[in-house]
Design a protein around this ligand. Structure first.
Ligand code: NAP
Length: 299
């Protein structure tokens, strides 16, 4: 089996790449080649908005599955760079979906809990998305493109992904938090944003499973614990033995210059538990798994 991972220098992609079993031939699309000697992967470095190169590469590799993690994943960056957000999150996904369909390759698209407005929480795959920011709007459009392009495609909607970076930090919430704590900064975390965080190791493992199995349609990949970002900060502080008084609750709706976020974007993970062998974990078990994960070269 040949697997292609886009955004291969990203936070989530690092976990996928590190866990791909040896019977799978692995290719990664990234903007800069960052070689990791212990991992058997062929990197192809170019910007995904270069559609001619994208077509050439897809036709030469002819993957069986593509895990599409590449995105402008920072919500505030999307809000202030609408054109680039649309190009990368929507137009690239459209092009990739078409190219994958041409060779009858399964495309797994990484989406987000942010597509919901956060009014009631505990969303199932049947709930109707409603964007409260540009990032969410681009992800909703891209989901629809992917699902329409080929019946075998899958949309994996992730809750907040937590854990230490496996290869690269990318958009890791925990890395940013740890850096701030080490500097001695106070950390303000929203007490109004409820999430069901999934650890990065489980997230990567579930994506590999989706690349290998015949699941199609939408699936929510989320942990078993529903908590606010502030409560998550306190959990992390106790695991890392950081001073808890440095973690302060704020209402994110009152912060100027920050894109709106859904209040309660918690996801119901029942479908993932029914269809996947990869277990969905509690926040403590997920963080523990991530902290104990080692690349082969580290063992
Ligand atoms: N992290 C979370 O909590 C979370 C939660 C829900 C959903 N998701 C989704 O999961 C996916 C992965 O997230 P992540 O946290 O791993 O994000 P990330 O660390 O920001 O990784 C995204 C990758 O996309 C690449 N990329 C962006 N624009 C590109 C372009 N024009 N050409 C080539 N590559 C490009 C970036 O490359 P560079 O390294 O060169 O910038 C980056 O490596 C995203 O689709 C995100 O929306 C993430």
């Amino acid at each position: 089996m040949k697997l292609l991972v886009t955004g291969s220098n990203g936070f989530l992609a690092g976990s996928v790449i590190a866990q791909v079993p040896t019977h799978i031939t692995l290719h990664g699309l990234c903007r800069n080649k960052l070689e990791k000697s212990s991992i058997d992967i062929v990197h192809h470095a170019f910007d995904l908005t270069d559609f001619n190169t994208l077509e050439e590469i897809i036709h030469s590799i002819r993957p069986d599955s593509i895990i599409h993690t590449a995105a402008i994943s920072n919500i505030d960056t999307c809000e202030t760079n609408k054109i680039i957000a649309e190009q990368v999150n929507v137009d690239v996904t459209r092009q990739l979906a078409q190219l994958a369909n041409d060779i009858d390759c399964k495309l797994i698209f990484c989406s987000t809990d942010s597509i919901f407005d956060g009014i009631h929480g505990f969303y199932t795959e049947e709930d109707i998305p409603h964007a409260v920011n540009v990032y969410a709007a681009t992800k909703i459009k891209a989901e629809q493109i992917v699902l329409k392009a080929n019946k075998k495609n899958a949309v994996a909607r992730f809750s907040l992904i937590v854990g230490l970076p496996v290869i690269n930090a990318g958009n890791s919430f925990l890395s940013t938090l740890i850096d701030k704590i080490k500097k001695g900064d106070d950390i303000q975390l929203p007490s109004n944003e409820i999430r069901t965080p999934i650890d990065v190791i489980t997230a990567g493992k579930a994506l590999i499973e989706l690349a290998e199995n015949d699941f199609s349609g939408i699936i929510h990949l989320a942990g078993n614990t529903s908590l606010t970002r502030y409560e998550l900060g306190l959990e992390i502080a106790s695991i890392f033995n950081f001073p808890k008084h440095k973690i302060l609750p704020i209402n994110s709706n009152s912060l100027p210059g920050r894109a709106p976020r859904p209040n309660n974007a918690s996801l119901d993970n029942s479908k993932a538990k029914q269809y996947l062998e990869t277990p969905m974990l509690s926040i403590i078990d997920g963080l523990t798994l991530s902290l104990n994960f080692k690349l082969p070269e580290d063992e």
